[in-house]
Design a protein around this ligand. Structure first.
Ligand SMILES: N[C@@H](CCC(=O)N[C@@H](CS)C(=O)NCC(=O)O)C(=O)O
Length: 234
């Protein structure tokens, strides 16, 4: 039995990408909580493996050549785990290119844009004094909608984002897309996207991954201290 992968994690969409991957791939792992509202991401031991002070990060005692390795950035972690297991990354070179393409589409598009939509639609209005910025709200809401319509078009001709199989591209997109209501989106004009959300949500590995330490994250509004810590970094 190989030593477990240590996952530095908080139950957010970027964290869920990796719990889903580890569950779907059947890799043993231990999730160590990085409470980003309490500032755990600034602890020297975490910064030593994730200098960008963002989770997720992993430490794999059985890395390349059997030597330990630490990795940050969720897309890089997904690609590493897919290469390590030979799973969820496409069967042919054409499929692998499609998987990388949709993974990068998530990393450069959906993640940052939906993150900003969440910020301006949900968090900024809760600040003291409230920051309600209609231009920013419209811009990020519209851009997220545009991205989901692009995905809807793609899903008209294949079951999952990159291929007819579930891949690391779906693992990256799903945890963000599952928050479509919070991002003030509609499914009415996106039937294929709606079908894909259901297909992903029905997978036991996705369900287990989304549930890891769900109780650690409070549904209550963020405190002033948490907002200060997360939103005023320089
Ligand atoms: N591009 C990074 C983004 C990770 C990220 O933004 N993580 C957030 C939580 S979802 C975080 O750790 N935030 C801590 C902070 O802002 O200090 C990745 O995909 O791994």
């Amino acid at each position: 039995m190989p030593a477990p992968i240590v996952l530095h994690y908080w139950p957010t969409p970027n964290g869920h990408k990796i719990t889903i991957a580890l569950e779907e791939m059947g890799l043993p792992y231990e999730a160590r909580l990085v409470n980003i509202g309490a500032g755990d991401q600034f602890r020297p031991d975490f910064l030593a493996i994730a200098p960008n002070n963002r989770m997720p990060a992993i430490e794999d005692p059985d890395g390349p050549d059997g030597q330990p390795i630490a990795i940050f950035e969720s897309g890089a972690i997904l690609q590493y785990l897919a290469r390590k297991t030979g799973q969820f990354c496409g069967r042919t070179e054409r499929e692998r290119i499609a998987v990388d393409q949709w993974l990068m589409w998530q990393m450069g598009g959906v993640g940052p844009m939906a993150g900003q939509a969440n910020h301006f639609l949900r968090y900024a209005p809760q600040m003291d004094p409230p920051q309600v910025l209609p231009y920013a709200q419209d811009r990020y809401r519209n851009e997220v909608g545009r991205l989901y319509r692009v995905l809807d078009g793609q899903l008209a001709t294949r079951r999952f984002a990159a291929t007819n199989d579930f891949t690391i591209a779906d693992m990256a997109i799903y945890p963000w897309a599952a928050g479509w209501e919070r991002q003030e989106q509609t499914l009415d004009d996106k039937p294929h996207f709606a079908r894909w959300l259901d297909d992903c949500a029905s997978r036991p590995g996705v369900q287990r991954g989304m549930a890891v330490a769900a109780e650690a994250r409070s549904a209550a509004p963020m405190s002033k201290e948490e907002m200060e810590l997360l939103f005023r970094q320089r």
